[in-house]
Ligand binder design. Structure first.
Ligand code: FAD
Length: 497
């Protein structure tokens, strides 16, 4: 492989992926390499992608971004979890709330204790013991590292933000740290004849941009990684049946809730993402089961405010690129693959890919071992997320449409069926190395989707019935008291509270 050192990084694409990568590269390597970002205003960005998960906080902190400035600039709100409505059955609802639940005992996660209590007739819900859930449904929020007077963790949160404003915010950040932005459409990609590496980009304006390492952030166009290098695509449509989305913004509805809503319909599901100035809405659906007209009708009749634009259709194909890094091209963002937005994981995958690239930055030349390790880590990471998303579809008890019946009947990856069976029989669930989702996340979605364990860990039997009752009651009191002491979510938002 090339032994040429990497002095010039070229990022092609100025959506969330391009600007997140540029911002991190500027922060980490801005003093030692030259960074250029090319984007085309004519093509624009995908314009969706507004819900995140808690690790985004680390990304912003790593960049040294002030939270208030960030929430002001992006019209952001707080996100404490995702409420899944009608997923198990019509009328049913549960939340994947961030953070932990209850109080673990030695080697025994809290859900075992809850399950023992349940099997003895306790009717309290698993979510009665989630601080995040109780804060979310009561519209409360304040940063809280732990519950006062205890060593129990406090609130875990992420953000909703306006995708266009976030890209602009990161653009200002990156340009302020030396990133050179060039506006223009790439009309030709120049490839070196000796090793197949990309040499440069030729813009319609005639400008040529050479580089040592290229980051493909061209979204679904995948101009470098696929159209030029042709690495191939591993599609996962056999497990993830939706292949289209329709997005539309609507006027804000009050109160501005601190969670994303995911509302299942007959052939897909609808998101509602509350921002300070509007609500982001969209419907993710299966074209095999629903026409665009049918999807449009379902979306437009389920808005909680006036639509602010015409709905826009976005076709997609779930899956991943054969290789995320090939020769001197690293693909980040939608160019590297796509998992539908059910658990808001795409921006997170941008964050981890950009971080991985910084950690493995090939400053003295690209080595095959490094590329292989980068690709291995990327593959394992996205496969874990894939399984978690499939779980929501597979474990449904809806029988009211072909779509849900097809989901229930489909085969799933062995990695997922083994995990579900272990949980169903024993209550045990383990977070694999590199799995983004914690045990508490798996527990909530499995229980929420009707997979309630038949058994529990023996440590839960160490408590007498009375001790068990006291523990459960005291936890509920502690959580209710903490939630009552929190301010309203909107008070935390600049220009709203
Ligand atoms: C329906 C839907 C909902 C989503 N919801 C969420 C969510 O809630 N949470 C989440 O984390 N993620 C979500 N995502 C994913 C998220 O939108 C993307 O991960 C994110 O926006 C990154 O996109 P991108 O930057 O890769 O691509 P884009 O935004 O498409 O940007 C591509 C860039 O490449 C440039 N470009 C392309 N071709 C050329 C060319 N020839 N010359 C010059 N420039 C070029 C374009 O101008 C643009 O700047 C969602 C995705 C979809 C489809």
């Amino acid at each position: 492989m090339s032994d040429g050192s990497i002095k010039k990084l070229v990022i092609l694409g100025g959506g969330t992926a391009g600007w997140m990568t540029a911002a991190l590269a500027a922060k980490v390597l801005g003093k030692v390499i030259d960074i250029t970002l090319v984007e085309s205003d004519r093509i624009g960005t995908v314009g969706v992608g507004e819900a995140t998960i808690p690790p985004i906080i680390h990304f912003n902190r790593a960049l040294g971004i002030d939270e208030r400035e960030f929430l002001t600039a992006t019209k952001g709100t707080i996100k404490l979890g995702i409420q899944f409505e009608n997923w198990l059955r019509r009328g049913d609802s549960y939340m994947h709330a961030f953070g932990s639940i209850g109080k673990n005992l030695a080697f025994c996660d809290f859900h075992h204790i809850w399950n023992r209590s349940r099997l003895r007739g306790d009717t309290s819900s698993f979510w009665d013991y989630s601080l995040n859930y109780q804060a979310a449904i009561n519209n409360k929020f304040a940063p809280l590292t732990h519950i006062q007077g205890t060593n129990l963790p406090g609130i875990s949160y992420a953000y909703h933000f306006d995708a266009g404003l976030y890209a602009q915010f990161l653009r200002r950040y990156s340009e302020g740290r030396g990133v050179k932005r060039i506006e223009g459409m790439v009309k030709e990609v120049r490839v070196r004849s000796d090793n197949g590496f990309i040499q440069g980009l030729l813009l319609e304006s005639g400008l040529e941009i050479d580089g040592d390492l290229f980051v493909d952030c061209t979204g679904m166009a995948a101009l470098l990684i696929e159209k030029t290098l042709g690495v191939g695509y591993e599609a996962w449509s056999q497990w993830l049946p939706c292949d289209r989305a329709m997005a539309v913004p609507s006027a804000s509805a009050k109160p501005i809730v601190p969670y994303t809503r995911s509302i299942a319909h007959e052939a897909g599901w609808q998101w509602r993402i509350p921002l300070q100035h509007r609500t982001g809405n969209g419907l993710v659906y299966s074209s095999k089961h629903w026409s665009d007209d049918r999807a449009r009708e379902a979306l437009m009749s389920n808005l909680d405010g006036e639509p602010l634009a015409e709905p826009r259709v976005i076709p997609f194909r779930t899956g991943r690129r054969g290789e995320q890094w090939c020769r001197n091209v690293v693909s980040i963002g939608l160019s590297s693959g796509f998992l539908e937005p059910l658990e808001s994981t795409s921006i997170h995958l941008i964050q981890t890919a950009a971080t991985r690239l910084m950690k493995m930055f090939p400053h003295r030349g690209i080595r095959a071992e490094e590329v292989a390790e980068f690709n291995r880590q990327s593959r394992v990471e996205i496969e874990h997320i894939r399984d978690f998303i499939i779980l929501h579809y597979k474990a449904n008890q809806r029988r009211d449409s072909d779509f849900w019946r097809d989901c229930e009947a489909m085969g799933v990856p062995d990695t997922l069926s083994e995990k579900v069976e272990l949980f169903r029989r024993t209550g045990k669930v383990f977070r694999d190395y590199d799995d983004l989702f914690s045990e508490a996340a798996w527990q909530q979605v499995m229980i929420g989707q009707g997979i309630v364990p038949e058994d529990y860990h023996p440590v839960a039997d160490a408590l007498s019935d009375e001790q068990l009752g006291d523990l459960m009651a005291s936890l509920r009191t502690l959580i209710d008291g903490t939630v009552n002491s929190l301010p309203e979510h909107e008070q935390y938002l600049p220009n709203v509270g």
